[in-house]
Design a protein around this ligand. Structure first.
Ligand SMILES: *[C@@H]1O[C@H](CO)[C@@H](O)[C@H](O)[C@H]1NC(C)=O
Ligand SMILES: *[C@@H]1O[C@H](CO)[C@@H](O)[C@H](O)[C@H]1NC(C)=O
Ligand SMILES: *[C@@H]1O[C@H](CO)[C@@H](O)[C@H](O)[C@H]1NC(C)=O
Length: 205
């Protein structure tokens, strides 16, 4: 899978593009993201299991954490179930798609970034602040011409990692998503994205 990841999102892409177009930028969304792992040396497969937002970070095998305030006039929270994690963007920058007014303004957007420790993260509501050492640019989302035209999320050719944060069977435990570097016993993975409808959540938390 390391070789495959490098082929899809690594420097090889740049080289291939110079020879013949082998991939195309994808529309800006909305979309969901899932881990794609078809390993050669073990049997821990993941075929698009959702990457969900919770507490400022992203996980697999964990529910999305969202809210909708019950006390806002004319706000129908039934329109915002908030169980799905919906993204937008993918051309250099990535955001979470939220229903809250001003969600598309700079200081209200949930900006997705890579923290200094490699953890994929998002900004808290009403703050566009990115911590020191974090990187919020350099994402790419491209339609690959290979293997059924998956839409692949990348970041500057770096490896994506699933790092376990719970005990359990390899397919069932909870993993946190990291880019470039992770914690211990991480699995390398690809990330694919899927066209979705959004927003699904009023706010992620
Ligand atoms: C990506 O962003 C660049 C720079 O803003 C722009 O020129 C390009 O058209 C964008 N591509 C897509 C597919 O939106
Ligand atoms: C996760 O979400 C599902 C569907 O909304 C729900 O049935 C389940 O209880 C949730 N799990 C946890 C641990 O909250
Ligand atoms: C995560 O998000 C997906 C889709 O966005 C949703 O179907 C699922 O119930 C959520 N929870 C878990 C544990 O995957």
């Amino acid at each position: 899978m390391r070789a495959l990841t490098a082929l899809l999102v690594g420097p090889t892409v740049t080289l291939a593009a110079a020879i013949a177009p082998r991939w195309y930028p994808a529309p800006e969304g909305p979309w969901t993201a899932g881990v794609w792992r078809v390993p050669a040396t073990d049997d821990v497969f993941f075929l698009g299991e959702a990457i969900n937002a919770s507490g400022g970070k992203f996980y697999v095998n964990k529910n999305t954490s969202s809210y909708c305030p019950g006390n806002v006039e004319n706000l129908d929270c039934s329109a915002y179930p908030g169980s799905r994690t919906i993204f937008t963007g993918g051309n250099n920058t990535v955001f979470l798609d939220v229903g809250v007014p001003g969600g598309q303004q700079a200081n209200a957007k949930r900006i997705v970034y890579i923290a200094e420790d490699g953890s994929l993260s998002y900004t808290i509501p009403h703050s566009g602040a990115i911590p020191d050492g974090a990187v919020a640019t350099g994402f790419d989302r491209v339609i690959s011409e290979s293997f059924g035209a998956p839409v692949v999320l990348g970041h500057s050719g770096q490896f994506w990692l699933m790092c376990p944060v719970s005990e359990g069977e390899p397919r069932e435990r909870t993993y946190q998503i990291y880019v470039g570097k992770g914690t211990e016993n991480c699995l390398n993975t690809g990330v694919r994205t899927y066209t979705a409808t959004g927003p699904d959540a009023w706010e992620y938390m």
